[in-house]
Design a binder for this molecule. Structure first.
Ligand code: PGA
Length: 250
């Protein structure tokens, strides 16, 4: 079932103390009887347990930003899905462009991580998106198609229908340069079409597609109103509870 879903991506921001302050304020602002929008905060590992506790009873989800695809082993600096599950996390970002660019994430590792997260019952938010050069060369559809096809290898339809896909054009992340609502809609519609080709119409209708890249209070409504956009993945503007609640209540 498709539903509106707005997730904050805190990246490498906030201490545990700062996260607790955010949560204390945000839980007062968020009223699930006013909005049907599902909300998540994807935070650094050290804050996850604290946030789960702070958001108890509010319906606000907590997510991680990365996971390793093995259960355990000699992988210094990594974290397993079981370790995440133990903190109670609901979801986990996979394949964010910053991880692809700086930490060697590939479509293949994205695929392995998706398998692991589904196995452990943690909802993945799978990021796809093209860079500026690729868009200027007219390659954006091909890039996104490949990310989807290779990222979703052997992911069963019953899992795929629970997937969240975040379309984040790299040129719009943290730059203040948002894709126009029409550009965002065009690609999100295309993503739904590729999902239909890989699976079928039912899965394509159910998959939740977010747009991400400089979403802020002033542009959230027009983005959220586009037909194939079900939600947003919000970086910078999710760090401030007042900004984030304005986006959630668009
Ligand atoms: P931004 O980041 O909202 O700061 O552009 C979005 C993201 O990277 O998820």
């Amino acid at each position: 079932m498709r539903y509106p879903f707005i997730a904050g991506n805190w990246k490498m921001h906030k201490t545990i103390k700062e996260a607790a302050l955010f949560a204390e304020k945000f839980r007062k602002l968020y009223d699930s009887s006013v909005t049907d929008v599902r909300v998540a905060i994807c935070a650094p590992f050290t804050q996850l347990a604290e946030l789960k506790k702070a958001f108890e009873g509010t319906g606000i989800l907590v997510g991680a930003q990365n996971v390793h695809f093995e259960d355990k082993g000699a992988f210094t600096g990594e974290i397993s899905a079981d370790m995440l599950a133990e903190t109670g996390v609901d979801c986990c970002i996979v394949g964010h462009s910053e991880r692809r660019e700086y930490f060697g994430e590939t479509n293949e590792t994205v695929n392995l991580k998706l398998h692991k997260l589904f196995e452990k019952n943690i909802m993945p938010i799978m990021c796809v998106g093209e860079g500026l050069e690729q868009r200027e060369a007219g390659e954006e559809h091909q890039i996104v198609r490949t990310q989807l096809v290779e990222g979703l290898v052997n992911i069963a339809p019953e899992y795929a229908s629970r997937l969240v896909i975040a379309y984040e054009p790299i040129w719009a992340i943290g730059t203040g340069k948002t894709a126009s609502p029409q550009q965002a809609q065009d690609m999100c519609g295309y993503i739904r079409q590729v999902i239909e080709e890989i699976y079928d119409e039912t899965v394509a209708d159910e998959v939740v597609i977010q747009y991400g890249g400089s979403v802020k209070p002033s542009n959230a409504a027009e983005i959220m109103n586009m037909e194939d956009i079900d939600g947003a993945l919000v970086g910078g503007a999710s760090l401030d509870p007042d900004d984030f609640i304005e986006i959630v209540n668009f």
